[in-house]
Design a protein around this ligand. Structure first.
Ligand code: NDP
Ligand code: GUE
Length: 297
């Protein structure tokens, strides 16, 4: 069998076009322009690339983008003061603090200082709790993007066996909550899981969010299963250059799977599209306007 390739790049473009349509209407009918503030602390090159591409796409869909680049040695008090300012700025509807933060800053403290209504990453404890109890919340972008692709491919996910490999707060745990919300039977695997290959072999849906290049081989995949590869790993390409690979071994998984997301061009672009969708949703909620349909979980 040769898997259907789920084209995240193309799907993300349709999500952004939908967002852009709503933004245009918000401007015209309500005189409101959604605004997204991205805060980057330090000079990590990979983070700088992401922040630049987020800013570019924010502007492309018609929103205002506010970038705040702080020195690596910024104090916690300075960062908290900036978040305070953004929390009370009515032009800012979404706030994203790029992770990871430099070691001297307490990530939990910083994230929980963001107004939950503006927490477009969905990392604030209030949003985590709302998601866990099935209430309206801000849903983390990467898992939301994965869910959108799964729903689009399968229609209903009800009753499917799903295995999420990875239990991080930003991907694995919220992904498991969303799959449970769609009535999958969910297993969360991690570094202490016994017989990981056997666990993965039971799954109709495999979401890999580990951070280990090409860790999941094709012979772990149940024939016909759907593989969502969240991993973004930069590896040596041999010729002095580097290339991106996922957490799944693409060629061998694609031979057995029914459907698979590529890296690059899979989950990554959907993450950014969902960030813009969340910013639009936050803006609508802040202004008491109807939320766009199909852009939240
Ligand atoms: N496409 C996108 O938009 C995004 C991609 N990513 C990528 O997704 C990947 C995961 O990110 P993130 O969740 O932040 O990573 P973390 O490092 O926070 O979590 C990794 C998880 O994988 C588990 N793990 C590690 N080794 C193994 C193993 N050998 N077998 C089974 N489980 C293992 C860990 O288990 P334990 O808890 O026991 O240590 C942990 O739960 C990375 O490649 C990252 O770059 C992340 C965010 C967005
Ligand atoms: N507060 C916070 N929120 C995040 O959502 C967040 C974060 N911090 N820190 C870092 C991770 C990583 N992440 C990615 C987003 C897009 C791509 C993406 O668009 N990737 C392209 C390739 C990009 C390239 O070529 O490097 C693709 O997969 O096709 C990847 C990774 C968001 N993260």
């Amino acid at each position: 069998m040769s898997a259907t390739v789920i084209d995240g790049k193309a799907f993300a473009a349709t999500v952004r076009a939908k967002v852009a349509g709503h933004v245009a209407r918000l401007k015209e009918e309500n005189g409101i322009t959604p605004g997204l503030a991205v805060v980057l602390v330090g000079q990590d090159p990979a983070s700088q690339v992401y922040v630049r591409s987020k800013g570019k796409m924010t502007v492309e869909v018609g929103m205002n983008s506010y970038e705040h680049k702080l020195e690596a040695d910024t104090s916690e008090a300075e960062l908290l003061a900036l978040i305070d300012k953004l929390n009370s700025d009515p032009a800012v509807h979404g706030i994203l603090v790029q992770l990871p933060l430099p070691k001297h800053l307490d990530e939990d403290l910083v994230i929980n200082a963001i107004d939950p209504a503006k927490d477009v990453d969905g990392f604030h404890i209030s949003n985590v709790g709302l998601l866990g109890t099935g209430q309206k919340s801000m849903v983390p972008c990467t898992p939301l993007g994965c869910l959108m692709m799964l729903r689009d491919h399968h229609g209903s996910l009800s009753g499917m066996d799903a295995v999420v490999i990875g239990r991080s707060n930003i991907v694995g745990k919220p992904m498991a909550q969303l799959l449970l919300g769609d009535s999958c039977t969910v297993t969360i695997a991690h570094s202490r899981t016994k017989d990981l290959p056997d666990v993965v072999r039971r799954a109709d849906i495999v979401v890999a969010a580990v951070g280990r290049p090409e860790m999941v081989p094709g012979d772990w995949i149940k024939p016909g299963a759907t593989v969502i590869d969240v991993g973004i790993n930069r590896v040596d390409a041999g010729d002095g250059k580097t290339r991106l690979v996922g957490d799944c071994h693409y060629d061998s998984c694609a031979e057995v799977a029914g459907a698979i997301t590529p890296v690059p061009g899979g989950v990554g672009p959907m993450t950014i599209a969902c960030l813009l969708a969340n910013t639009l949703t936050a803006c609508c909620r802040a202004n008491g306007l109807a939320e766009p349909e199909g852009l939240t979980a």
